[in-house]
Design a protein around this ligand. Structure first.
Ligand code: AHR
Length: 514
């Protein structure tokens, strides 16, 4: 038997391999139930929506004259579904689109707004009907914080300065007056503002030294108007580009509240299907998702060197799976299906985010509706929820809870000559004192018996929910929308030391202990 040690954020509870073997326990999670100090920021469950394919148009925006039920042009089935998962923050308008977006084209009467070409995403005509007012209305309807990404690549400092003035200035000024003329008397509260997107690539092909200087310059003019304090986020690294983080932290840490990071898994395998795959692809994608652990560790190590107080947040403002588009759809629209495998990626990634929550304080999955690892797929007036949506719903209990130090010991899941840990897990205590344990069984072939040791607390009630299926490719379609959905989980019981559970093969389980 092989055991993988997977040390938690405060790894004071290591169970020795020998002790585990002596107890005959293959899988074990030890939870310091009365410990913990770091909060799992709700914004780790954030979203990203770009003017890309059918995300904004059709996904949210159907227009006021649409037969699809809407409020001021925004479809209500999508709003209700996202409220159900407590969407905390929404990043917009891109992505690569952000560095070609000129906000003034998206205000005023829609009939007079100019069009533009969406060069990155299919070369289609963008009519600018969804602009600043519509986005901030959407956030208001969702009850979430807006996170706007400004244009550094092809925009000017003045343009960025005036956008922030337009949205947040309460007094008399050219931009505030323009906002009023467009029907919005009071400014909006806008906390999160990104200074460019992927400026190492689609946002201007800059070197980190050059971008660091550009960042310092642009952010100077992103003003705190009328008591609105802006949380300025610098463009961060592409995956394992540690030099980018090094230079940005060295040159501009004093001017930033957050530094971003982008990581897609599967993006090196774009030719692979979202729903037709075997165990090799299952293994390979889950292995790629586990790389987030190494990425966060290494980027955080650099940030710790320059910012040991952890003032600057690491913001993973694009993450998720990237597969082949659905057959017959525009390759530039990135419309992909979403299976149980994507749900496992989401569960694994959240368990990793939790462990780094002292530094990682926001993450935004790409992208909410109809693009990449979406929560929701739409087809005309129809809407379905993906397996990834269900993980967000099951894991919402962790939002703003206290991370509990945990130690997960588990068997490996081996495929061919490679192996990865068979389980992923994390635990938190919410404000009402309930403990939630989220567990993923990565092995598609074998259930996993796990023993849970609660240290410092005694539970009297245990309940659980699970997401699984008999097939590794299970997914929801418009014809069969409920193939993958949460079910009650009953293969668990309280024990003298905590609990025990048998996790089905290829499953995501959330336990609640009181
Ligand atoms: O999410 C799709 C694209 O991926 C974004 O526009 C870009 O920032 C990233 O490369």
């Amino acid at each position: 038997m092989k055991l993988s040690g997977y040390l938690g954020a405060a790894a004071g509870l290591a169970l020795s391999l020998q002790a585990a073997l002596a107890a005959g326990v293959e899988n074990r999670i030890i939870i310091d139930a009365d410990g913990g100090k770091d909060i799992i920021n709700r914004n780790l469950y954030g979203h990203f929506s770009e003017h890309l394919g059918r995300c904004v148009y059709e996904g949210y925006w159907v227009g006021e004259d649409s037969p699809i039920p809407n409020v001021r042009g925004i479809r209500q089935d999508v709003v209700s579904a996202l409220k159900e998962i407590k969407i905390p923050v929404l990043r917009w308008p891109g992505g690569c689109f952000a560095d070609e977006y000129h906000w003034r084209q998206g205000i005023g009467p829609r009939s007079t707004r100019p069009t533009m070409i969406n060069t990155h995403w299919g070369g289609v005509t963008e009519n600018n009907h969804f602009g600043t007012h519509e986005f901030l209305d959407l956030c208001g309807q969702l009850g979430c914080e807006p996170y706007i990404c400004g244009n550094v690549g092809s925009g000017t400092v003045q343009e960025m300065q005036e956008w922030v003035e337009y949205m947040t200035f309460d007094g008399v000024s050219p931009m505030a007056d323009l906002r009023r003329a467009n029907g919005r008397e009071k400014p909006w509260a806008l906390k999160y503002f990104g200074i460019g997107n992927e400026n190492w690539g689609c946002g201007g092909s800059m070197r980190p030294e050059y971008y660091a200087d550009q960042y310092r310059r642009y952010q100077t003019y992103v003003r705190n108007f009328s008591g609105n304090a802006v949380f300025r986020i610098a463009c961060g690294a592409n995956s394992a580009d540690y030099q980018w983080t090094e230079v940005l932290m060295r040159e501009a840490r004093g001017q930033m509240a957050g530094l971003s990071l982008h990581y897609y898994c599967g993006s090196g395998r774009k030719s692979r299907s979202a729903t037709q795959y075997g165990e090799e692809d299952w293994f390979s994608l889950l292995k790629s998702s586990l790389f987030m652990q190494e990425l966060l560790f290494r980027h955080c190590t650099i940030m710790n060197k320059y910012d040991p107080e952890k003032r600057v947040a690491l913001i993973v403002d694009e993450w998720g799976t990237w597969h082949q588009v659905e057959p017959g759809t525009n390759p530039g629209f990135l419309y992909q299906q979403n299976s149980l495998r994507d749900a496992l990626v989401a569960g694994i990634t959240f368990n990793i985010f939790h462990r780094f929550c002292d530094r990682v304080r926001m993450a935004n999955i790409a992208q909410t509706v109809n693009v990449l690892q979406a929560m929701i797929l739409t087809q005309g007036e129809k809407m379905i929820l993906t397996p990834t949506y269900h993980v967000f719903e099951m894991f919402k209990v962790h939002q703003d809870a206290t991370l509990l130090p945990t130690d997960v010991r588990c068997r490996d899941y081996a495929f061919g000559t490679e192996k990865i840990p068979g389980l992923s897990g994390s635990a938190s205590r919410d404000k009402a004192g309930k403990i939630h344990v989220s567990l993923c069984n990565l092995d598609p072939n074998h259930p996993a018996e796990i023993q849970g040791d609660l240290r410092g607390a005694k539970a009297n009630r245990l309940a659980g929910r699970m997401l699984t299926s008999s097939s590794i490719t299970a997914h929801n379609t418009f014809e069969q929308p409920s193939q993958v959905k949460p079910e009650p989980f009953t293969a668990c019981a309280l024990t003298d030391s905590g609990f025990k559970a048998t996790l089905p093969a290829k499953s995501v389980v959330v336990l609640e202990l009181e």
